[in-house]
Design a binder for this molecule. Structure first.
Ligand code: HEC
Ligand code: HEC
Ligand code: HEC
Ligand code: HEC
Ligand code: HEC
Length: 485
């Protein structure tokens, strides 16, 4: 019965096309698996400047233009001795888990298989820069598995960021930071935001780059190296935002408490956080937090970082505003329409951002009558935790060269649509239904904006038997009653 009233008139007033209905058509991918493995046998010859890009397709380089040793880097455990608070914040962040993250591992290994190893250094360049600059990523243990040193397994760590000497994106065709366009110089000098820092343990150097979004954009801007398609565009979304216009950078929200970030999003002003940068250092007017919390609450919880998971939930719950816009009137037996408006109030980039081809942020809308009978229900999950096909999802729908849906980054050539919500922008969706002829009194409209890190079928595909039932966060809820005339 529900389906009859639930006319297929739902449309979002954005770039949504009819493709919304196929939004969870992931299984198709599975089928095509063999075919793609076949293709990988003819590994294309890559044409590139070997001197400029010794770790191609990752665009990173070292100060010597050659591989360095992983022992040239210092472990976070050493930094911890004097920067205890910063270490405790970083430990458990997605940066610290960038290599161990099981979702990364699964997709990376699949990519390496399907492309004959072409994606190996590309992906690892951002997820373990030490593994790539030391070329340990090429080593295998006796079982034939990857064999990288303990330090390289710490992912995006202290001595990766604080050894970045300069950005090299100006030499690239896009002229934008992407695919690790930086030079890394491990050693004595730790580069950071202070002009007067002194330490007995290491030299220090002021680095303007570390106070800019460009530093983050080197990794938070992922292009397909062969067709140049920007798959993860967080940096670009930010660059074209009101935040960039007002000098508000990634650090102001992601290296700050959630409360301060909310304040910054509202006022477009930075909030100072006084404290000590080192246990024995002087008091500073501002110390940046190293929690680096984004939206991922699933993997931190799996990897034993519940505090980071909770902070990610809070960040998500701060990001959007939800409004139900009722029709002027609602008549029994006639078509009724309710508008639902989602505004991106606190994200300095699109909502959601980055892996928009897999993240799921969607609307659940339920209209019921006074007897609690359902008149419309959209955005529900079936028994397999899949979203019903007509759900309005804010995401990007990625396509491969054969015009088929894909979530494998190495196959992506374009987006069929991208209806993520720009910074301070909004998206309005219309829900239509027939008001029952016998409806009397008021109809109740209840709406939730929900988020999960991946579609359940993607998690099942990548993690197999180990896949958990994915947790969901309700970002924001709204409810209203509309009188029937
Ligand atoms: C230019 C740097 C860069 C490159 C190259 C890169 N990544 Fe990432 N990757 C990131 C960043 C930054 C994130 C975090 C985005 C987010 O979580 O929103 C990320 C997140 C991910 C995630 C999501 C993990 C999770 O727990 O949800 C997966 C999976 C992943 N990358 C796989 C890959 C694969 C496979 C490749 C190569 C084909 C690759 N990455 C190449 C920077 C990069
Ligand atoms: C993803 C890159 C990144 C990682 C990983 C990272 N930092 Fe930082 N760090 C920064 C940036 C950027 C700043 C400057 C932020 C600002 O002032 O806006 C900074 C600032 C600092 C400062 C100056 C004080 C402060 O907090 O502002 C110290 C000390 C520091 N980091 C130490 C560490 C240590 C120790 C680790 C590892 C436990 C670490 N960092 C991991 C990017 C990073
Ligand atoms: C023996 C103690 C000690 C150890 C170990 C140590 N630091 Fe420091 N570090 C300091 C002190 C002290 C300062 C100065 C703090 C200040 O002036 O506020 C400092 C400052 C910094 C700064 C700020 C530089 C600037 O100019 O802005 C960075 C970045 C930094 N350390 C990174 C690291 C990293 C990365 C490690 C590990 C590889 C590390 N430190 C290990 C004591 C230490
Ligand atoms: C060397 C590459 C690199 C640099 C530089 C870098 N990141 Fe990341 N960042 C990553 C990777 C890789 C991940 C994701 C790891 C994963 O999900 O497996 C990530 C994850 C994150 C996340 C968590 C995303 C989520 O889904 O919750 C945030 C927030 C973040 N980075 C912010 C920053 C900020 C802010 C800066 C600049 C100060 C920065 N990053 C610099 C590589 C980098
Ligand atoms: C005004 C505050 C603000 C600024 C500036 C900002 N962010 Fe965010 N960021 C957020 C909020 C809020 C979220 C949670 C909602 C979401 O996922 O978009 C978030 C989420 C993220 C995520 C996780 C996305 C996901 O769904 O997996 C990444 C990665 C990230 N930010 C990186 C960055 C980078 C890199 C920059 C700078 C280029 C940046 N952010 C600038 C507020 C901000």
């Amino acid at each position: 019965m529900k389906k009859i009233y639930y006319l297929p008139l739902i449309l979002a007033l954005l770039l949504v096309t009819g493709a919304t209905a196929k939004a969870s058509g992931y299984e198709k991918d599975d089928h095509e698996h063999d075919e793609h493995e076949h293709k990988s046998e003819k590994k294309p010859e890559l044409d590139y400047d070997h001197e400029k890009y010794p770790f191609y397709p990752s665009l990173m380089n070292t100060h010597t233009g050659k591989a360095v040793k992983s022992t040239d880097f210092t472990s976070p455990d050493t930094c911890k001795e004097c920067h205890t608070e910063i270490y405790n914040q970083w430990k458990g962040s997605m940066h610290s888990n960038a290599w161990h993250d099981p979702v990364f591992q699964a997709l990376w290994r699949l990519g390496n298989k399907e492309t004959g190893g072409l994606t190996e250094k590309l992906c690892a360049g951002c997820h373990t820069a030490i593994g790539v600059t030391s070329e340990e990523i090429l080593l295998r243990d006796e079982k034939g598995d990857y064999d990288i040193s303990e330090i390289a397994q710490h992912g995006v760590q202290c001595d990766v960021c604080h050894s970045i000497r300069e950005a090299t994106y100006k030499d690239t065709e896009s002229n934008e930071p992407h695919n690790a366009t930086f030079i890394i110089e491990p050693g004595d000098i730790k580069r950071g935001p202070y002009k007067d820092a002194k330490s007995d343990f290491h030299k220090t150097a002021y680095s303007e780059l570390h106070t800019k979004a460009k530093l983050c954009g080197n990794c938070h801007h992922v292009f397909h190296p062969l067709n140049n398609f920007p798959i993860e565009r967080t940096y670009d979304e930010w660059k074209n935002s009101v935040y960039a216009q007002n000098g508000i950078v990634c650090q102001d929200c992601h290296m700050a408490t959630i409360e301060d970030a909310i304040e910054t999003a509202r006022t477009l002003k930075k909030v100072k956080h006084p404290g000590k940068a080192a246990n024995n250092g002087p008091m500073r007017e501002h110390v940046a937090s190293h929690y680096f919390v984004g939206a991922n609450f699933t993997v931190p919880a799996l990897l034993g970082a519940p505090k980071h998971a909770d902070m990610a939930k809070k960040r998500l719950q701060s990001a959007a505003k939800l409004e139900i816009i009722p029709p002027k009137e609602l008549k029994a037996g006639k078509l009724g329409k309710v508008r639902v408006k989602v505004t991106n109030i606190a994200a300095g980039h699109n909502l959601p951002t980055s892996l928009t081809e897999v993240r799921q942020m969607w609307l659940e809308v339920k209209v019921t009558d006074t007897k609690d009978k359902t008149i419309l229900h959209s955005g529900w999950l079936d028994k397999e935790h899949k979203l019903e096909p007509d759900t309005i999802i804010f995401h990007a729908y990625a396509m491969d060269a054969e015009n088929k849906h894909t979530i494998k980054p190495w196959e992506v050539v374009r987006f069929d649509y991208n209806n993520t919500i720009p910074p301070k922008g909004s998206a309005t969706s219309i829900y239509s239904f027939v008001v029952p002829a016998d409806a009397a009194g008021k109809l109740k409209v209840a709406v939730r904006l929900r988020y999960r890190s991946y579609p359940q079928e993607v998690a099942n595909f990548l993690l197999g038997k180990d896949a958990p039932v994915l947790p969901i966060v309700d970002m924001v809820k709204a409810q209203t009653e509309i009188a029937v005339n």
